[in-house]
Design a protein around this ligand. Structure first.
Ligand code: G6P
Length: 471
């Protein structure tokens, strides 16, 4: 029986050392949940990095433990982490793909490290691959893996999904290794993006930079039919609804409310990342309180920033900027019994998040650029009483599906200020009208539906390729 091999930079588990002991922490992330239904079944496996650099002697023991959990580790050295992960992946590709071109750098050694690390992942696939297996590679850290596998196994079935945006050709062409990256991805049969625009940018780059012609969403790569597609990723709707309606979340909400008082709360929750537009949101909130002083004392921003990539200079600088702005707004408008910005620099377990989703009537998700954004979908799923308002950046992939949010351009401070006012003053029936529509969408297109669709489309394409070959 054939199996499915999932490949991503991170495994759905992270090893951390606490008092010298290894602790295995399972990821709560959307992808881990969605693909859980696949990799935990039968012979299926998930290949990836366990998030820690280990001594050689420790690797065997970890591998054994992970094999029991249907996972196979790719061990990265500290140098790999520095140059492949923090370097090329997150200081060349990440900024380029999010249109932060002033943050991107081009370092030959980091490109080489990216190539070599991709080779490690491809080798791990080869090690475990059996005839008729299906391989599904994820995200920008592993763009070369599909081609590396294809060269060794010309007929194997490979899917690739890009979780972050794919930029316009004009930005993508700036990367010196652009053609190699495209050919890397084109080793896959079926290539998924969150939005139609990401797919279109990819196809246009394939044509203009690598000389491939395409018709609709199909490209012929050395006589092999490759298809690109847009498949917006969803969430486990039931899990968020269930958690938000649990006794625990309700009890937490009541106890937090007791301390907070009756202020209206605006939720902002992101990983620490310049693409998320956190400073712009704080500045908009500052302007809002200045322009509409009647709201001072009546509304607070509930700002959660989850630590991420904090060894990278631009992330460190961002943290300082956010801390400065929080201090600035709190110093300007705070009183003995009014905290304008409640700031938390840490992650929270699901029942806390659910309590936050319950108690904040407004969620303000205004990234400068985001492949999809699942936080806004989690907020929607958690609104048991169908009330609440979502302020959403039009630069987030999710905005294509959630047009009943108040959509804003995150670079337009005045528009964001007015959006906050509109959200606070939106009549209940209008909130419900919009929320119901958004709930219907998020409930229908779940992460499970996304996984099934991707796998079915991939298999279907493979069959079409085979019937083309026999004609
Ligand atoms: C984004 C990327 C993922 C990545 C995640 C967390 O969602 O699409 O591939 O894993 O950010 O970033 P990290 O650098 O901690 O893996």
């Amino acid at each position: 029986m054939s199996k499915t091999i999932i490949v991503s930079n991170r495994l759905p588990i992270r090893i951390e050392k606490e008092d010298g002991q290894k602790v295995y922490k399972t990821s709560e992330g959307g992808l881990a949940t969605g693909l859980g239904s696949i990799y935990k079944e039968g012979k299926n496996i998930w290949i990836g990095w366990p998030g820690i650099s280990l001594e050689h002697e420790e690797e065997q023991e970890v591998e054994k433990e992970l094999i029991n959990r249907n996972m196979r580790p790719v061990f990265l050295t500290e140098d790999d982490v520095e140059d492949f992960y923090l370097g090329f992946s997150n200081q060349t590709l990440w900024p380029a793909f999010h249109y932060f071109i002033h943050h991107m750098r081009f370092v030959d050694e980091e490109w080489e490290a990216y190539y070599n690390a991709n080779r490690k992942f491809a080798d791990a696939v080869s090690k475990w691959l059996e005839p008729d297996d299906i391989i599904w590679v994820h995200d920008y850290q592993l763009m070369l893996v599909p081609e590396m596998i294809r060269k060794q196994f010309p007929n194997v079935t490979i899917g690739f999904f890009q979780h972050i945006p794919f930029p316009s050709y004009e930005v993508f062409r700036m990367i010196p290794w652009r053609k190699k990256l495209l050919n890397g991805v084109l080793g896959a049969d079926y290539i998924g993006f969150h939005t139609y625009d990401d797919m279109r940018h990819f196809l246009s780059s394939c044509h203009r930079l690598a000389g491939y012609s395409y018709e609709r969403n199909q490209i012929l790569v050395k006589n092999r039919l490759v298809e690109a597609d847009s498949l917006p990723m969803g969430i486990d709707y039931g899990k968020y609804l269930e958690s938000a309606t649990s006794q625990l979340a309700k009890a937490k909400e009541i106890s937090y409310r007791d301390s907070l008082g009756s202020q209206e709360l605006i939720l902002s929750m992101d990983r620490l990342d310049y693409s998320k537009g956190i400073p712009g949101r704080l500045q908009a909130f500052d302007k809002f309180l200045e322009k509409y002083p009647e709201y001072q004392g009546r509304v607070s921003l509930f700002l959660i920033v989850v630590p991420s990539r904090d060894q990278v200079a631009s992330y460190k600088a961002l943290k300082e900027k956010v801390e400065f702005l929080v201090g600035h707004v709190n110093g300007k408008y705070g009183t003995i019994n009014y905290v304008p910005v409640h700031f938390y620099y840490r992650s929270f377990p699901l029942d806390d998040l659910s309590a936050f989703y319950r108690m904040c009537k407004i969620a303000m998700i205004t990234p400068k650029r985001d492949g999809m954004n699942l936080v806004c979908k989690e907020f929607i799923a958690s609104r048991e009483h169908e009330d609440g308002v979502l302020i959403l950046s039009e630069m987030a992939g999710a905005s294509k599906e959630l047009s009943d949010a108040i959509l804003v351009n995150p670079n337009d401070q005045n528009e964001m200020v007015e959006a906050i006012k509109k959200a606070l003053e939106m009549p209940l029936n209008e909130q419900k009208r919009r929320m119901k529509i958004m709930q219907r969408t998020v409930k229908k297109y779940t992460i499970f539906q996304w996984v099934d669709l991707f796998m079915n489309n991939l298999k279907d394409l493979k069959e079409r390729q085979q019937s083309m070959a026999t004609k």
